[in-house]
Design a protein around this ligand. Sequence first.
Ligand code: CU
Length: 161
Amino acid sequence: MNFRSQLARSLRLGLPLLALLAACGAPEQPQGHRSGGITITGMWGTPGINGRVSAAYGTIANHGTEPDSLIAISSPAAPLIEVHQMVEQEGMLRMRGMKWPVVIAPGDSLAMAPGGTHLMLMELHQSLQLGDSVTLRLSFASAGQREVRFQIGNQQNKPQN
Ligand SMILES: [Cu+2]
């Protein structure tokens, strides 16, 4: 069974994706359909308190000719990471988690900035302060696994990556 059909099957069965990824180790395997069309740029994050949350911003672009899907994100900094969108509800802006996988169309990008879409690092293992570094591991259905390291900053002083 290849990874895609296993993924589709696990989605049908409602199995946790992370468990599947750990079990089959797909992101580490060389893949014939690897597009390499994904770039992750301008990442930075906000300070956060131990046990609470931190937001991360940047741009994930798909320069390939096929859609690619962000299927999981992990980090040593936090046990749970979600992609949040801001939606207006009864005149209030609220955060809402996007459903996995997050599909990025060819030529399109997932742009994350303060006040809009962001990565939410939840239940931080320790406080994140200005200048600290965070490593993220992003898994894509086609592009495989990408690791990015970014700094904690603020809107006035965005770290350059
Ligand atoms: Cu959020």
